[in-house]
Ligand binder design. Structure first.
Ligand SMILES: [Zn+2]
Length: 502
């Protein structure tokens, strides 16, 4: 009777779902009842409105309206706030916390992107927040200073107690930069333990804030008893429905929607047995076309003005036309990709510079003579990655080059841009034996020789499948590395211009 009902939403479409999770029949002694409302968002990007969807000013209006309708509404966030956006790349997410404080967030869960600038920044942002951050499945090594996050959060609404716990993906270790001192525990085990503790604290309703693959949200609903509501993030899905007796909602991404869940709850009694009746309903409200909240709008404008001043500074020009289109940087060595690799090689004094095409994001063309600003470089390299240097053997370097062309026909992000290394490849050959004639600085590659490789911290830790780099010795590691965008800006400033010369 209560099968899964999932509504996928297209942009600007609003679907309202109603479900009945625990029906009650027969004689009942009515005790107390209440409506619990949750206002959820997750995976934020730029703070202002974009074509086709709103930003914080529009979200704030929706939150206000829902609070008028349901005054004790709890406002929740599903993770990924302080990165990555153009602004947060420069500010490390200060404005994001300011926005969340302004809309009076009640409780949030940490996402993997909260660790993009390292745990010291995570700690700083948590300290600036006027609301608790949950991370129930984080354990710290004794050497690691406390983050300031909480395991559990309990809120009273009338006579009812709502217990929250928060889970973030164990993949954070590979997806972001939490460092060595933070451990991510199993989500199912953590959920069971958290629920028991919340119940011991008198929770009537259990809410999981999650920043997990959607499959893991489903697992939680199926394998862990007692969760009434899962408010998620990470997968950027606009989705709401039930799985068994659990409601799952995720509100898309980038401030496109406000997710709203109402739980009509009542203490009831049937044949002498007390129980809690829960009738949920839900909706996803599009931010598109919503009038902006004036106060938040002016705060956004102030942040954008500061950013523009910081970004509109010219760092050099290009003497040649540049192409950073997605289809180009993922399939062939481009002049700009080569320039990035050169800048990285120069930064750490390496033999070879290498970066993955998937990290180049401008997706545009520049005419010959174009003046390049900091904003241009940051739009090309928005991820906040840093330049590192590693020691690799010729054999490992050959494996790396093979890997970089292993999915070139799919335009995969792993495609490599190099400085100081040339090669030929044949896409018709089997993966793993496509590459020939690798030269390093004009000499045939030597399988046993050790080369210094400049690259970014993302591929260095095995991102985009570069597993061969994971365990090689580090010379300049992530903690010591310069922001890649800064590497490129500094090099361009020193050179004055991008030229066609290798
Ligand atoms: Zn995420």
């Amino acid at each position: 009777m209560f099968g899964s009902l999932f509504h996928r939403l297209n942009r600007n479409v609003q679907i309202v779902g109603v479900g009945l999770l625990l029906a009650s029949v027969g004689s009942e002694a009515f005790a107390q009842s209440a409506r619990l409302t949750f206002l959820h968002s997750n995976d934020m990007g730029e703070i202002g409105a974009k074509p086709g969807y709103g930003g914080f000013p529009e979200l704030a209006t929706l939150i206000k309206r829902e609070r008028e309708r349901s005054p004790s509404a709890i406002t929740t966030f599903g993770g990924d706030l302080i990165s990555p956006s153009l602004m947060s790349g420069l500010s490390h997410g200060v404005e994001m916390i300011s926005m969340m404080n302004a809309v009076k967030m009640d409780v949030a869960v940490l996402g993997n992107h909260e660790f993009d600038f390292g745990p010291a920044i995570t700690r700083e942002r948590i300290a600036q927040s006027n609301f608790p951050w949950l991370a129930s499945n984080i354990t710290l090594k004794p050497s690691e200073a406390p983050l300031g996050s909480k395991k559990l959060y309990v809120k009273k609404v009338g006579d009812f107690t709502v217990g929250f716990f928060g889970l973030l993906t164990q993949e954070t270790i590979d997806l972001s930069s939490p460092g060595e001192g933070i451990l991510f525990d199993d989500v199912i085990e953590t959920a069971k333990k958290s629920i028991a503790e919340l119940k011991a604290q008198g929770a009537d309703i259990i809410v999981a804030l999650t920043h997990l693959d959607y499959q893991n949200d489903l697992r939680l609903a199926r394998e862990v008893k007692g969760i009434t509501l899962i408010l998620g993030g990470h997968d950027h899905r606009a989705i709401a429905g039930t799985e068994g007796r659990t409601v799952i909602l995720q509100a898309g991404s980038d401030l496109r929607y406000l997710g709203v869940v109402d739980l009509e709850i009542a203490r009831k009694e049937k044949r002498g047995k007390k129980y809690l009746s829960v009738v949920p309903s839900w909706k996803l409200l599009a931010t598109a076309g919503v009038p902006a909240d004036a106060e938040i709008k002016s705060a956004v404008a102030a942040f954008e003005k500061t950013l523009d001043k910081k970004l509109d500074i010219a760092v050099g020009k290009t003497d040649v036309a540049l192409d950073t289109k997605r289809a180009s940087v993922r399939t062939k060595q481009t002049i700009f990709g080569g320039f990035i690799a050169k800048a990285m090689r120069h930064e750490v004094n390496a033999d070879v510079g290498f970066t993955n095409g998937g990290g180049i994001r401008g997706d545009r063309e520049y005419k010959e003579g174009t003046v390049l600003t900091r904003k241009d470089i940051l739009k090309e390299l928005p991820f906040g990655n840093v330049t590192v240097s590693l020691k690799v053997t010729g054999a490992q370097l050959t494996e790396l080059v093979e890997h970089s062309v292993s999915k070139v026909e799919d335009a995969a992000g792993r495609f490599g841009h190099y400085a100081g290394l040339s090669y030929r490849y044949d896409v018709t050959k089997a993966v793993g034996s496509r590459v020939q004639n690798i030269d390093v600085n004009g000499q045939p590659i030597d399988a046993v020789k050790v080369y210094v490789l400049a690259t970014n911290d993302y591929v260095a830790k095995g991102g985009d499948g570069y597993a061969m780099l994971k365990a090689v010795p580090r010379i300049v590691d992530k903690s010591a590395g310069t922001l890649m965008a800064t590497t490129v800006m500094n090099y361009l400033e020193a050179q004055g211009a991008i030229t066609a010369a290798e």
